[in-house]
Design a protein around this ligand. Structure first.
Ligand code: ADP
Ligand code: MG
Length: 416
């Protein structure tokens, strides 16, 4: 192990922080001691530091398995800005760049190597990693392993075998912001991490204000809200790419500095739009859910759902991107039952069990939107957490008379 003083000094020196947050220190020591860890913490809690700091203090290179190129780039840029040698290996690199990264890893100067599961799967990379001095393996956004999690990626299911082929003794740390117990169990089982130390904190994001609004005059409401918070960073989530384009155009013609983000855009455009948002050249990102996983922008002040999400889990993850700096964030969901019906129609060609599951998720969404009592209480109870008191910081707690009323009587029948 490493003395607490040395660890704290490194925290200050590299990241400029004077205190660890929550269980960060215990998690870091667990990896250094050679044990497996399973970390369950909400978005913004500071999971990255739990593998970045041990990577810096331990000899060798830490492998960070990460699902998105954009996310790797975001983290590598941050680490490099802190003076740490971090690199990534993914499909965005040329052959020459790949060779350079590999040579640097073998020479022992790289502290963090970010890699996509697809790249990890390649035989040539396995051979290379077997020759390198690896300190431990981090699996970020580990919910991608579970078919019950959003963003499921099948290649993820082979990860444990691959890690063992690199070196059977490597400590593993899996991290996720997934709040559902079902996904948590699935991750632990799939990674064979039943013997890992589990670090779990509350999923309550106290600084986020939850609000539901009617979709009536939504465009006017949206423009008014954003103009009332000009200069503040925000994300508008829309269901379709088409809608993303429409809304970002609408905001632009109304003098709001906005850019679109969705998987249909050219990768170069996507990357530069993301960067413009991260670098504060643009205030508002209008996006599909393709945007945001793991992206660290601390000062997002509002997350607005233009359309209803498919599940409360998705809603919780997307709203979680607000207020990472601990300051207040506002989460507004524009709701109409018609959106639920639309989402339900998308599922019509699915297998019966899948369709039933999707309906169940939607019915939870409907229930949440129509709720007359504390939203946070309901949100957390959905994730198995009990809150004794009302939160005092949601629309229902703060403005009970103005509570949103569904414009239609909801009769949700699970008839599959
Ligand atoms: P997560 O991956 O859990 O969503 P991040 O790792 O992106 O969260 O961290 C969220 C924010 O918290 C980042 O801006 C990060 O710099 C900050 N942070 C992390 N640890 C600390 C700490 N000990 N003190 C202050 N800020 C921290
Ligand atoms: Mg993260």
């Amino acid at each position: 192990s490493i003395s607490p003083d040395v660890l704290k000094e490194q925290l200050k020196k590299t990241f400029g922080f004077s205190q660890f947050r929550g269980e960060q220190e215990a998690i870091i020591q667990n990896t250094i001691a050679g044990n497996h860890s399973f970390v369950l913490m909400p978005t913004g809690a500071g999971k990255s530091l739990c593998y970045q700091l041990p990577a810096i203090v331990m000899p060798g290179t830490a492998i960070v398995i990460s699902p998105l190129i954009a996310l790797m780039k975001n983290q590598v840029d941050q680490m490099v800005a802190f003076g740490i040698n971090a690199q990534f290996l993914n499909s965005s690199l040329s052959r020459a760049e790949i060779n350079r990264v590999k040579a640097e890893v073998i020479s022992g100067v790289v502290k963090l190597l970010y890699i996509a599961p697809e790249s990890l799967n390649k035989q040539e990379n396995l051979n290379f990693l077997q020759q390198a001095n690896i300190s431990f393996v981090a699996i970020d956004e580990a919910h991608c392993i579970s078919e019950w999690g959003h963003d499921f990626r099948p290649e993820y299911r082979k990860i444990r075998t691959i890690i063992e082929n690199i070196n059977a003794k490597l400590p593993i740390i899996a991290l996720t912001a997934t709040a559902t117990p079902k996904v948590q169990q699935d991750i632990q089982k799939t990674l064979n991490l039943e013997d890992a130390t589990v670090f779990k904190t509350s999923f309550n994001r106290k600084n986020l204000y939850y609000e539901i609004r009617s979709k009536k005059d939504i465009d006017k409401q949206l423009i008014r809200y954003i103009k009332g918070h000009s200069g503040k960073a925000g994300i508008i989530y829309c269901l379709s790419r088409k809608r993303v384009e429409e809304i970002s155009d609408l905001l632009l013609v109304n003098g709001i500095n906005a850019l679109p983000y969705h998987a249909g855009l050219d990768p170069q455009v996507r990357m530069s739009n993301q960067e413009a948002f991260l670098n504060e050249e643009v205030d508002v990102m209008v996006a599909t859910i393709a945007f945001g996983m793991g992206i660290d922008k601390p000062d997002v002040r509002f997350v607005i759902h233009y359309d209803a999400p498919k599940s409360l889990e998705g809603y919780y993850q997307e709203t979680g991107r607000a207020g990472r700096d601990g300051l207040d964030g506002t989460c507004i969901l524009f709701y109409t039952y018609d959106d639920i019906l639309k989402l339900d129609k998308f599922n019509k060609d699915k297998a019966v069990s899948e369709k039933e599951n999707a309906k169940l998720l939607l019915s939870e969404m409907v229930y949440y939107a129509n709720l007359g009592v504390c939203r946070r209480k309901q949100l957390l109870s959905y994730f198995g957490e009990h809150m004794a008191e009302n939160c005092g910081f949601c629309d229902n707690c703060m403005h009970p008379t103005a509570t949103f009323k569904a414009e239609k009587e909801v009769t949700w029948v699970l008839d599959a």
